[in-house]
Design a protein around this ligand. Structure first.
Ligand code: DAH
Length: 346
């Protein structure tokens, strides 16, 4: 019996476990009612009385050792958290899909990156604006049709008949940020303003009531139309490829004089004419012009000392061209199957 006790003592002292299942096995083997130590106590009854004293002490010591070891193993296991590595380690991991940027964000970031390389900062303004910043300070006449309820989402109007600079509305263009920048910053100013705009339009494959624009503004002494043209040529070549050509067509905006619209040669058909460029060989990209002196004065900038140019472009159209998306509504539906197709460095 003494040999059995000694061999169990060795076994107990060497026992190692790595999970709760093994701990339970340890308990059953040594400490349960049908365990090895109970068996020995059973045997102990039948040994001669002369051996009882020594063996009894040994047996009690064995039981004590087993109990202490059990408690020690149990607390180690608890400290190691679950303490167990369970499951099949060779099983393939769950598939991991990293998120993708929205195509509108990709194109916006690309535009920001191009202009930041030539010193333009980024400024933002509120989407809920007043008439003063969206129209009045930008030289829109009081009866200008853009102020009409049919084009503009009003939040509150002072009067049903006439527009007021205090009317609250959703901005219809990011040109409002020009005004905010000029009001708080004096020239030189060189900034672009990306953001969401809202217009009361029927939703179709080519138009939406929410879309995105990037506004540009450059004000300093001696800024000329040639500066405007070179800046936009640089932009077009970075954005659409180094062989891109641009053309400026005369246009009208209340806040610029002279005003122009810029086209780039159609990269889809190479100028031969296709249904994207409506067989003209050119794609309209943005509106621009020299900031109207009335706008500078409305923002407390001396129009005899400073001149500047501004431009504004939509983001949806270039994004449609870049990714050959033929329905604008896809940008706003958040269909994961559509969104997962885009990846980019921007
Ligand atoms: N705000 C104009 C629009 O929404 C775009 C635009 C045209 C902005 C000419 C400009 C500009 O700054 O100079 O259609």
């Amino acid at each position: 019996m003494i040999d059995k006790i000694n061999s169990l003592l060795t076994e107990i002292s060497e026992a190692k476990i790595s999970n709760s299942g093994e701990l339970e096995m340890f308990r059953i083997r040594f400490l349960s009612k049908k365990g090895l130590i109970s068996d020995l106590f059973e045997e102990f009854r039948n040994i001669p009385p002369s051996d009882k004293k020594v063996l009894g002490q040994k047996l009690n010591m064995l039981k004590q050792t087993a109990l202490e070891k059990y408690n020690f193993l149990r607390s180690n296991l608890a400290e190691a958290g679950s303490g167990s590595i369970s499951g099949d380690l060779t099983r393939p991991a769950f598939p991991y899909f990293p998120g993708t940027r929205h195509p509108i964000s990709i194109v916006r970031n690309e535009i920001i990156s191009i202009f930041s390389r030539i010193g333009f900062t980024v400024s933002e303004g509120p989407e809920i604006e007043d008439d003063d910043h969206v129209f009045t300070k930008l030289n829109f006449a009081p009866e200008h049709p853009a102020r009409d309820m049919q084009d503009t989402f009003y939040i509150s109007r002072i009067s049903e008949e006439d527009s007021s600079p205090d009317d609250i509305l959703l901005r219809t263009h990011t040109s409002s940020v020009q005004v905010r920048v000029m009001q708080k910053q004096k020239p030189p100013i060189r900034t672009i303003s990306p953001g969401r705009v809202f217009r009361n339009e029927a939703i179709s494959a080519r138009a939406h009531c929410i879309f995105h624009q990037v506004e540009g503004l450059y004000i300093d002494e001696n800024v000329s139309f040639a500066d405007l043209r070179q800046t936009l040529l640089f932009f077009a070549r970075e954005m659409y490829g180094k062989d891109t050509r641009i053309r400026l067509r005369p246009s009208y905006f209340p806040f610029t004089e002279p005003s122009a619209e810029m086209d780039v040669n159609c990269t889809i058909c190479g100028g031969k004419g296709c249904n994207v460029c409506k067989y003209t060989g050119w794609l309209e990209v943005l509106g621009c012009g020299m900031v109207h002196p009335a706008v500078l004065e409305a923002c407390d900038i001396d129009s005899r000392k400073y001149t500047g140019f501004a431009f504004g472009m939509g983001i949806e159209r270039p994004a449609m061209l870049k990714y050959q998306v033929n329905d604008l509504r896809l940008y706003f539906e958040n269909d994961i199957r559509f969104l997962q197709q885009f990846s980019s460095a921007f």
